[in-house]
Design a protein around this ligand. Structure first.
Ligand SMILES: Nc1ncnc2c1ncn2[C@@H]1O[C@H](COP(=O)(O)OP(=O)(O)OP(=O)(O)O)[C@@H](O)[C@H]1O
Ligand SMILES: [Mg+2]
Length: 364
């Protein structure tokens, strides 16, 4: 009698904990948590699922879960593919658009887990869905901002370069002419030794200023880029970089005179600048290479070094997530994306390769 009573109490305890577990799952508002049978038909429903997807339990139980996907993805067999993956690997995670009852879409993080009994027989699936539309919007906005930042920086550089060249450059030229006149007539003037030396120094200083302004203006935005094109500007910039940094740089560029759409030329030039700066600042490499290739459909730029490479976490951050803001790699990536292309970085302890591929013809 004692034994039976204990058994009863254990069973009651199990039932109680099952009831409270169901109550717990049902109370969760932020996640849709439900079970699918082996074929993918909805078997349970919680209040989070009701809130996120819009269906009441009564109208969705028994229906196939493919109704949560967009028509395109249904057509492409994505729901079945997800079930197959979960059955094969035990679990699958995915982010993408899902459809609510009213037809509106939301960006979801979905985890699908295979449920098996103690003999390993597939019993169905557990599906946990989270609406992360807000996160997605914030990330998209951040990416657009990165691209916009780089675009604005371009415009600003162009403006500054022009300003330096046109107004300050012109002023310096005028000063130099006047000083030259003065110097020419210095012997006729009754100048003290001090004044004569001052005049001589002034001429030298103006010349230095002139050279400096020209260099800064060229580095900001070389007029060569607009006048003679990408190959010419990269060649000029690369030569200057190699001279100043002592890094041995090899370049393989299309013949000069071959022109590409202006946004592409500016973007690729900026990538060359950013990559060379990164190589100088971060890679520790004494060699680097630039390769630019053009075919009928696309432009491919490759900037490589033989340095110590990027840390794995850094590489992940740069290649994978868009959650970084900046004008460095993040800015380059977004600018390339806006032009319909892609940017891929390979990095190992033997060096880093940044590859940008831009389609010719298609810009957005
Ligand atoms: N060629 C490289 N070799 C090794 N590490 C690199 C290389 N290029 C980039 N990195 C690493 O990747 C990081 C991100 O580069 P990114 O250009 O985005 O930023 P940054 O150079 O640090 O700053 P900035 O915004 O001024 O460009 C760098 O801080 C560096 O650690
Ligand atoms: Mg950088």
């Amino acid at each position: 009698v004692q034994g039976v009573k204990e058994q009863d109490e254990t069973l009651q305890g199990l039932r109680d904990s099952e009831v409270s577990f169901h109550a717990l799952v049902d109370a969760v508002q932020d996640y849709a948590i439900f079970r699918l049978d082996r074929e993918g038909r909805v078997a349970t429903w919680n209040s989070g699922a009701r809130r996120i997807k819009g269906y009441f339990g009564g109208e969705i139980l028994g229906r196939h879960f493919s109704c949560f996907y967009t028509p395109e993805e249904r057509e492409a067999g994505k729901p079945q593919e997800q079930l197959r993956k979960a059955a094969e690997f035990g679990r699958t995670q995915d982010q993408g658009w899902l459809v609510r009852k009213d037809g509106s879409k939301f960006w979801a993080n979905v985890v699908l887990t295979a449920l098996r009994d103690e003999h390993g027989q597939l019993q169905g699936f557990a599906k946990v869905t989270q609406d992360i539309s807000e996160l997605k919007h914030a990330e998209d906005a951040l990416r657009r901002l990165s691209g916009r930042l780089m675009e604005l920086q371009d415009q600003e550089r162009r403006r500054l370069a022009r300003e330096l060249h046109d107004s300050i450059g012109q002023c310096l030229t005028a000063i130099k002419i006047n000083l030259d006149v003065l110097s020419g007539e210095a012997s006729d003037l009754n100048l003290s030794e001090r004044a004569r030396k001052g005049l001589h120094d002034a001429v030298t200083l103006v010349e230095q200023c002139f050279a400096e302004t020209r260099t800064i203006s060229y580095l900001l935005h070389p007029p060569l880029l607009d006048e003679r094109g990408l190959s010419c500007a990269v060649q000029w910039y690369g030569d200057g970089f190699a001279d100043r940094s002592g890094i041995k740089l090899s370049m393989e560029l299309p013949e000069e005179g071959l022109r590409f759409p202006q946004p592409l030329e500016t973007t690729l030039f900026r990538i060359v600048q950013e990559c060379l700066t990164n190589i100088h600042r971060h890679s520790g490499s004494s060699t680097a290479a630039i390769r630019l290739q053009a075919d009928r459909e696309k432009l491919t730029l490759e900037v490589s070094d033989q340095g110590h490479g990027m840390a794995a976490t850094e590489l992940d951050r740069c290649n994978g997530s868009s959650r970084v803001l900046g004008v460095g790699i993040a800015g380059m990536r977004e600018r390339v994306r806006q032009l319909g292309g892609r940017l891929v970085i390979d990095s190992s302890p033997r060096g880093t390769v940044v590859r940008a591929i831009l389609p010719l013809g298609g810009t957005s």
